[in-house]
Design a protein around this ligand. Structure first.
Ligand SMILES: [Zn+2]
Length: 433
């Protein structure tokens, strides 16, 4: 297990198990610990985007929140329920040759941790659960909009042993904040021990057999957007935290508009210590990106960020969504680590490599001798080196921007044949300053 501390994750520590990421958020005041799994099924984005928002946008002040946003990592990438057979049916027995064996072991290790008081497994399920059959969408066999329990009560004593009561409280709370009336939540008791053979192999049943209160939250696959599913997942998780006495803050108001914006946000990527790029509005293909031939080091601020590297390119994903393809231009890399001097809109500034700078009118870079600057899309072919030249947005060709708005451009520094790093020139409108 590797541990990273990232400056962008001040309030949590990211642990990387071999098969998934694990975020530990600990309050200053001690209290109960809630463990959450998102993405055990790769085609249920409500669960994994909600878990990733918890990891990025929530601070815990009392108690602890442990989050695995990408439990079934490769299935998320392929937007498949499960690549190697249903992962949520492997908890009672699993063969030694099963490809998910290590993941299952790591999940069990977390669930059985002494600190864990309650476990949630996040899903998007079919239809809308109703006690009486209405049609193929609204019926007692549907999973959508339910808080699922395996039995009414845990077999042994526990502060949160009353699974039925807790699930009902959570459903009642959710029903006070419905986006549409037919989204109403219900408790679905699978009565696993007595009848449901299939659920005996599930994550939640494994948990309750280790005396850990455990629930599945199922939003409906029939909801129109991922962000609607995320909205209900977050409301349900907050209801659980309230019941457990876990206190939290989030950096946004929980309404459907904000959840939509946050679900769509992609964060940033850092590559090889010399490229740093905001992934918002990125073009589908970016050409001639200075990279190594292989084993490029990529770090995402988004918990669901993934890179798939091939010979000539790297594909960039958030969850199952492909954001962009970076076509490689192979350059030896040199960590210049320099601060370069530039004049932005008439003011002298020191600019770190890599970074993004905001410009209203123009920028002029100065650099120590021996460096070369290539601004991608600069029109004047007389120059092979744009150091010392005033670069305004009007002198750049829009189709060379990194974003679809034609606002952000690449300024690349080279020393001899090696690539030093990139500065993104972000031309903002005057009234945005
Ligand atoms: Zn599922």
């Amino acid at each position: 297990m590797r541990i990273f501390t990232l400056s962008l994750l001040l309030t949590s520590i990211l642990f990387s198990f071999d098969n998934f990421d694990f975020y530990k958020k600990e309050g200053n005041v001690s209290g109960a610990t809630l463990l959450i799994f998102g993405g055990i099924h790769g085609n249920e984005p409500g669960g994994y985007f909600a878990a990733s928002i918890l990891a990025q946008h929530y601070t815990i002040t009392k108690g602890n929140l442990w989050i695995v946003p990408n439990t079934n990592k490769d299935s998320i990438l392929h937007y498949k329920r499960s690549l190697h057979g249903d992962m949520n049916r492997k908890f009672s027995n699993i063969s030694n040759s099963d490809k998910d064996l290590d993941t299952i072991k790591e999940i069990k290790e977390l669930i059985t941790s002494q600190e864990v008081d309650l476990v949630l497994n996040l899903h998007d399920g079919h239809g809308f659960f109703r006690q009486k059959y209405q049609n193929t969408i609204f019926n007692p066999g549907a999973w959508g909009q339910t808080c699922v329990i395996d039995q009414i009560k845990l077999d042994n004593n526990h502060s949160f042993a009353d699974l039925g009561c807790i699930a009902q409280k959570v459903s009642d709370k959710l029903n006070q904040h419905l986006l549409q009336e037919h989204h109403g939540f219900n408790v679905r008791n699978t009565k696993t021990k007595k009848k449901n053979n299939e659920m005996k192999h599930s994550l939640t049943y494994f948990a309750i057999n280790h005396n850990k209160p455990s629930f599945a939250i199922e939003t409906s696959k029939e909801l129109r957007t991922t962000s609607q599913k995320v909205y209900y997942q977050l409301r349900a998780i907050e209801a659980f935290m309230q019941i457990m006495g876990i206190q939290y803050k989030r950096d946004f108001e929980l309404d459907s508009k904000n959840v939509k914006d946050i679900t769509k946000s992609r964060g940033k990527i850092a590559i090889n210590n010399n490229i740093s790029l905001n992934l918002g509005n990125l073009r589908k293909i970016l050409r001639y990106i200075p990279l190594q031939s292989n084993k490029n080091r990529l770090y995402f601020s988004h918990p669901l960020g993934r890179a798939v590297e091939a010979d000539g390119f790297i594909d960039i994903y958030i969850g199952h969504k492909k954001i962009s393809r970076f076509k490689k231009a192979i350059f030896p890399l040199l960590e210049c680590g320099n601060n370069f001097e530039a004049i932005i809109d008439g003011n002298k500034k020191s600019i770190h490599l890599p970074s993004e700078v905001r410009i209203i009118d123009d920028i002029v870079f100065n650099a120590p001798q021996g460096h070369r600057l290539n601004v991608i899309g600069y029109t004047d072919v007389r120059y092979k080196n744009e150091l010392g030249i005033k670069i305004a947005k009007s002198s750049l060709i829009k189709r060379f921007s990194v974003d679809t708005e034609g606002q952000r451009f690449r300024a690349e520094f080279y020393k001899g044949d090696t690539f030093c790093g990139m500065v993104i020139l972000n031309y903002v409108a005057r009234n945005n300053e």
